[in-house]
Design a protein around this ligand. Structure first.
Ligand code: UD1
Ligand code: CA
Length: 469
């Protein structure tokens, strides 16, 4: 009877990642380009539309579960099974844990390493196709590395026939010279894998149950095992240390930048620009040196970002200029200029053609169309009408030590320089605030609010002050 062409996926993500030297972050939660290793692998797994995905968790299991439950789509969660490996006794032991949930499963199982995050859906799809076409019982993805240290080596006979995977620690000096390595990515006919998993032993250098031993068992039975060697090793590099994390993240960042440049985005000194996986950038946007585009940031067409700008979950419209600034969870309309040295904090909205200049901080504030805050201001919990002008040094006093209060300005308000607006406060349409005021009461539409002591001049004062000769 032939095995149905049904696919399930198991992702091994239970290990502690000792070599990461992390106090509390399990290895698979370390991030590359704004996405954790485990989420990278899950995205790849789900791209193949498997019947189900079994996530094997163990070390800090709850932390990993909470993370995935928060970030995975409802669609993913529906087909995701959680498998707990209470003790981490090796990759073979990890996969043994899916025996109960896959008891009635008929088909093929893709086994993915949780610490090999750059594997693309295309490569996995290709491996799955080769596995089916060749009617293999197992298919193994390998690559060649200049420095294969730490990886399992692909041992072949004199005729180039695959014999076994030998873990680094088990290799003879000759085997250590082999540079073809196991990527940790496999496809198995589930019936055969399920039959052999209970037979694994831990009689080896690490005292672990190695999944890799299954391949040798299959060969000894005379089963067909396919080996597919990837020419470009970059996709299947494993991450065991922070150094490797940085190296693999660098590869991913280059890939992301290339993608956007090929889509019509200009980048100046691209090697200094970092862009997270979920960022989207419109055609003809221009990114200047030293920018970080993070999270779910969106940049509109013809906008110029940078230099030295950090956008975190920011939405930037078309024709904007954001210079040397930090924009965090804020939304910016079209034709807006921000910076240099501005700080837009969460829930800030800048309407079209608004302007925010140097040393201006906005938090939970809406700046209406064409409104300007050009210099040295803090605007928090404020609503500022279209066409208003906020003078240099304006401060909203939004916090009384216990509660936050709102400042509401209608359209066309003019706030003179160095004014203090004590919230809660309302300024009517086209109201004026005299420079240097402390405003504690509403200013009606069309009125001038003056909130400062009247100036007095003392005639001849300077002369009188002078010491008598
Ligand atoms: C493994 C392979 C090696 C391969 C390399 C590729 C084995 C025995 N060796 O070695 O041939 O070249 O990956 O990157 O499989 N894990 C569990 N439970 C455990 C142990 C590990 O879930 O009990 C998970 C880890 O979290 C990790 C993955 O399995 O995501 C691989 O484990 P790791 O210890 O990193 O294996 P390597 O030594 O890299
Ligand atoms: Ca590894």
């Amino acid at each position: 009877m032939t095995t149905p062409e049904t696919l399930a996926v198991a992702i091994m993500a239970a290990g502690k990642g000792t070599r990461m030297k992390s106090e509390r972050t399990p290895k698979v939660l370390h991030t590359l380009a704004g996405r954790s290793m485990v989420m990278h692998v899950l995205h790849t797994a789900f791209a193949l539309k498997p019947e189900n995905v079994q996530l094997i968790v163990g070390h800090e299991a709850q932390q990993v579960r909470d993370h995935v439950a928060k970030l995975a789509s409802p669609d993913m969660l529906e087909r995701l099974g959680w498998v707990e490996q209470l003790e981490q006794l090796g990759t073979g032991h990890a996969v043994q844990q899916v025996l109960p949930p896959l008891k009635d499963f008929k088909g093929h199982l893709a086994v993915l390493n949780g610490d090999v995050p750059l594997l693309s859906p295309e490569t996995l799809q290709d491996l799955w196709q080769r596995h089916l076409d060749g009617r293999h019982v197992a298919t193994l993805l390998t690559t060649r590395l200049n420095d294969p240290t730490g990886y399992g080596r692909i041992v072949k006979n004199a005729f180039g026939r695959f014999l076994a995977i030998r873990e680094h620690k088990e290799c003879t000096p000759e085997e250590l010279q082999i540079n073809e390595v196991n990527s940790g990515i496999y496809l198995f006919d589930w019936t055969h894998l399920a039959r052999l998993l209970p037979k694994l032993t831990n009689h080896n250098a690490k005292g672990e149950y190695y999944l890799t031993d299954i391949l040798e068992m299959l060969i000894q039975e005379g089963q067909i095992v396919g080996v597919h060697c990837m020419e470009d090793p970059r996709e299947v590099l494993g991450i065991n240390s922070r150094r490797e994390l940085a190296e693999v993240e660098g590869i991913l960042r280059t890939r992301i930048r290339d993608h956007w440049m090929m889509s019509g985005v200009t980048m100046r000194q691209p090697e200094t620009i970092s862009i997270d996986v979920e960022v989207e950038i419109a055609v003809d946007a221009e990114i200047l040196p030293n920018c970080q585009l993070e999270g779910r940031t969106r940049v509109g067409a013809w906008s110029k970002i940078g230099p030295n700008t950090r956008l975190q979950d920011a939405v930037i419209g078309d024709y904007c200029e954001i210079t040397m600034s930090v924009v965090n969870q804020a939304q910016v309309g079209d034709g807006v200029t921000v910076g240099p040295f501005a700080h837009l904090r969460p829930d800030t909205v800048l309407a079209d053609k608004a302007k925010v200049g140097n040393f201006v901080e906005l938090k939970n504030t809406r700046l209406g169309e064409g409104a300007k805050a050009s210099h040295l201001s803090y605007l928090g919990d404020a609503e500022i009408g279209a066409g208003s002008n906020i003078g240099a040094g304006t401060i909203t006093c939004n916090y009384d030590g216990a509660h936050k209060h709102k400042t509401v300005m209608a359209e066309g308000v003019f706030v003179g320089s160095n004014s203090t607006l004590v919230a809660p406060l309302e300024l009517g349409r086209e109201a004026y605030v005299a420079a240097g005021s402390v405003i504690t009461d509403a200013v009606p539409a069309g009125s001038l609010g003056l909130g400062r002591a009247r100036q007095t001049n003392k005639d001849g004062w300077v002369e009188k002050k002078k010491p008598r000769k």
